[in-house]
Design a protein around this ligand. Structure first.
Ligand code: PEP
Ligand code: MN
Length: 351
């Protein structure tokens, strides 16, 4: 169910409607729009007492939402969600393409700082890098853990970047909430519902990667888990899915971008690195993602990829990333998007 407040509804009327929803035993989710506020209602199993609510002052209409995902649906919020960050001009879902780049995993201070400096200079606003790595083999590099988070936080201060890094369980999630600007939930955990709820209880934006065999509906239901806990800043990420095609690591499903845009107001970005699996395929897939309407990219970059402890084969050299960014400026302008100007960042620069 959804309450649509009138265009001229007052703050008090919105608060009163929320209070009445709570009184009925449900959870209200006020979602301010460009012209009016909608209040999503969750926790009800059947028809909520629509009559009572529709009579309240300032309420325009009470409507049923037929989709299984409510808060993620365009039916509940027509305008695109724009995710913002405290003390930063970075946005995700607005006109500017959100560019996240950095190594697959944080390996050392030197490795991270070299990559961070390079991607910042090429115009990325976000630094990626896993401190906790979900690996197929238990014997593969598992990440530096909290030490990796400390390095990410240091790189953020040094280069004026926002940090996005992956949580693999409730312990890493709590740590990442303290250290990072954005919590990544990886493909392997897209349906870890307990973790999705915990991410929903934080107030950090969540980057939710599509599971390897997840449908768009399942991805949106996963986003709904986060939002149902009151965290509305969810960014979806297409990172390639498993298909019979074995010429690339995964198959980039470009078609999910326009489909997602129709069904949800949440931003969607593309990870061409995990889709490609090899670096020569990364840039063409990045181009395709942005051309199809993605709100940004998350790309793996490493200064010495042959020695990378994970995903070296798909990591771009900094010069390739820089060329990709130049390339992307042309595509961005064709699809009505902007990109931040490249800059020269020195240690101590601010965001
Ligand atoms: C990653 O971003 O390094 C990663 C593990 O991605 P995914 O969850 O998409 O495999
Ligand atoms: Mn990786």
């Amino acid at each position: 169910m959804l309450i649509l407040m009138a265009v001229n509804a007052t703050e008090e009327q919105i608060a009163e409607a929320c209070r009445r929803v709570e009184e009925l035993g449900y959870r209200p989710h006020p979602l301010p729009g460009a012209t009016r506020t909608a209040i999503g209602i969750t926790g009800n199993n059947g028809a909520v007492e629509a009559d009572v609510l529709s009579q309240l002052p300032g309420v325009d209409e009470v409507i049923a939402v037929s989709k299984p995902y409510k808060l993620a649906s365009r039916d509940v919020k027509r305008e695109d969600t724009i995710v913002r960050f405290p003390n930063s001009e970075a946005t995700i879902g607005g006109a500017e393409l959100a560019i996240m780049a950095g190594p697959c995993g944080v390996e050392s201070r030197d490795q991270l700082f070299r990559a961070a400096e390079a991607v910042a200079n090429s115009g990325a606003r976000f630094l990626r890098g896993g401190a906790f790595k979900p690996r197929t083999s238990p014997y593969a590099f598992q990440g530096l853990g909290e030490e990796g988070l400390e390095l990410l936080a240091a790189a953020r201060e040094a280069f004026g970047l926002l940090v996005v890094t992956e949580a693999v369980d409730h312990i890493s999630l709590a740590l990442i909430d303290q250290y990072a600007d954005m919590i990544q939930i990886g493909a392997r955990n897209m349906q870890n519902f307990a973790m999705l709820k915990l991410a929903g209880q934080t107030r950090k934006p969540v980057l939710l990667k599509r599971g390897m065999s997840a449908t768009l509906d399942e991805l949106l239901m996963a986003a709904e888990y986060v939002m149902s806990e009151g965290n509305y800043n969810v960014v979806l990420c297409e990172r390639g899915i498993r298909t019979f095609a074995d010429h690339t690591r995964n198959t980039l499903d470009v078609g999910i971008i326009p489909s997602a845009k129709r069904l949800t107001h949440l931003p969607i970005i593309v990870d061409p690195s995990h889709a490609a699996g090899k670096r020569d395929n990364v840039v063409p897939l990045a181009r395709a993602g942005v051309a199809a309407g993605a709100d940004g990219l998350i790309v793996e970059v490493h200064c010495d990829p042959d020695r990378a402890l994970s995903d070296g084969a798909q990591s771009l050299y900094p010069a390739q990333f820089d060329a990709m960014m130049q390339n992307m400026r042309g595509i961005a302008s064709l699809v009505g998007r902007t990109m931040v100007a490249p800059r020269t960042v020195r240690s101590g620069a601010t965001r």
